[in-house]
Design a binder for this molecule. Structure first.
Ligand SMILES: [Zn+2]
Length: 479
């Protein structure tokens, strides 16, 4: 097995991954702020951390992974008040939507999914520790962190904070501060707002203190891995470091991993450009969860991902190719024995798959290893060369692959109907049906009955009936 190498934002280098305790990984991921549905840019990060945790599990590590749900912030408080609901009632719908979306994308639940509002006491205690060490100062009932007392501030994002002028907006805090770069640990309540009565006064926590307090409560004062989107590196993660390390005097995180941005059709996603998508927007257009997962996973996490509808179609056909291949292996009849050289070929594909993922989670390289083998094995099947003795080794590799990529289960229809989406109302176009019928005919000609059958079933699922006439011609009709 290969040494696992990961890019650490803190050092700016690719480093061998060695956890503090052998065989165990303590990992934290900044979860969503639950005031709305998460968008596909968010899910790029969540799919990345899922691939990471699945790969670490595949390699035998025991995971203790925490993801938080930020269920208190300015927008949530304002929206909940406007809706006349408690914070818990208001956020509940988005928490449920997030859990359901993760399940739909086959994102595994972390060992601990926790809410900020269940941990106010832990945040207060951490702020008290910072108060005792004079890292804080009060202002109008709020409590601020004094960055000038933490000289290594900026070491993660390499940002030069000395240039930040008074009055510059770095954070969303709308309060008076000694220095523009300082940030609120605790926010005084504004009239009529929800607040908690605590030993440090009435109010609510700042966003940054949530993650420090919750991460250290569940994972200890030094974590192995902290993940998030690159936009969180500054100021959020920088502030997490400042708070945690000032309180404990210990390194907070050993490996910081950040996923790059997602673009849509080459442009930054924004509501005003009309290219802003939640998962549900795409499901409503008839796209499958497995296509989305594949599209989001296929680009290595440190590369910008340009999300396009062409790319989504390609992802759909890649997943289909894999599922067809799995079906061919399952349903085919193979002669006994082994094809010469095939066992070695399968072993080297599996080795290359592991090498790709060990190479800073290079999913493109891992996928190429899989698809190269699929192409060769399909040719071997077409020629009648693949033997029964090789089939189980290929299946074994497919199942290893799927423990990380998780796209082989043909359950998109069930997942969509669980979310309340039916089949696309318009159905496929005539041209698309003709194309699929032609592909099915070609598959039948090659005696690839698994593919032919799958296409027939897919069309049936979409309301199209195929009729094979006795003279060999094929007709189709809509149900
Ligand atoms: Zn966080």
């Amino acid at each position: 097995m290969n040494e696992i190498n990961l890019h650490n934002t803190l050092t700016g280098k690719i480093e061998a991954f060695v956890p503090q305790r052998a065989g165990e990984v303590r990992m934290y991921t900044c979860g969503p702020t639950v005031y709305d549905y998460a968008h596909i840019g968010n899910y790029r990060t969540f799919v990345f951390q899922d691939i990471l945790r699945r790969f670490l599990k595949l390699r035998g590590f025991q995971l203790n992974h925490v993801m938080n749900l930020t269920d208190v912030d300015d927008r949530i408080i304002a929206n909940a008040a406007a809706a006349g609901k408690s914070i818990r009632d208001y956020t509940e719908q988005y928490v449920h939507a997030f859990f359901a979306d993760c399940k739909t994308l086959s994102i595994e639940a972390p060992e601990n999914w926790i809410r900020a509002t269940d941990h106010i006491g832990d945040m207060v205690k951490l702020i008290q520790r910072l108060q005792e060490k004079s890292y804080t100062y009060p202002g109008d009932g709020s409590i601020y962190y004094r960055i000038s007392k933490f000289p290594s501030y900026g070491k993660l994002s390499k940002i030069d904070v000395s240039g930040i002028q008074a009055g510059a907006r770095v954070d969303n805090d709308r309060y008076e501060k000694e220095s523009a770069r300082d940030f609120a640990l605790w926010k005084a309540p504004k009239p009529g707002e929800h607040f908690w009565e605590t030993p440090i006064g009435p109010g609510r926590p700042g966003w940054h203190i949530e993650c420090s307090a919750m991460a250290m409560k569940y994972l200890g004062e030094t974590l192995d891995i902290h993940t998030g989107g690159i936009d969180l590196a500054f100021p959020h993660h920088e502030n997490e470091i400042a708070q945690s390390e000032a309180a404990t005097g210990k390194p907070f995180v050993r490996y910081w991993l950040h996923a790059e941005h997602l673009l849509v059709e080459g442009e930054k996603m924004s509501k005003s450009l009309g290219n802003f998508f939640t998962l549900r927007d795409l499901f409503a257009k008839g796209y499958k969860p497995s296509s989305l997962r594949f599209a989001l996973a296929s680009v290595p996490y440190r590369k910008q991902l340009n999300f396009t509808f062409d790319g989504l179609q390609q992802a759909a056909s890649s997943v289909e190719r894999l599922r067809n291949f799995a079906d061919r292996l399952k349903l085919g009849k193979f002669s006994a024995g082994n094809q010469q050289g095939m066992a070695r070929r399968i072993a080297s594909a599996a080795e290359e798959f592991d090498a790709g993922l060990s190479d800073d989670l290079n999913t493109a390289r891992a996928l190429a290893a899989m698809f190269d083998l699929v192409r060769e094995a399909n040719i071997a099947i077409d020629n009648g060369d693949l033997r029964q003795g090789d089939v189980s080794a290929v299946q074994q590799f497919l199942s290893t692959f799927d423990r990380v990529f998780a796209v082989l289960d043909d359950n998109d229809g069930e997942k969509l109907s669980a979310l309340g989406y039916g089949k696309p109302e318009s159905g496929p176009s005539d041209a698309e049906i003709d194309q699929l019928v032609a592909e099915r005919n070609a598959a039948k000609k090659k005696r690839d009955f698994a593919t032919a059958d799958r296409i027939r079933r897919e069309l049936a699922d979409r309301g199209i009936i195929i009729e094979d006439a006795k003279d060999g011609s094929v007709r189709w009709k809509r149900k």
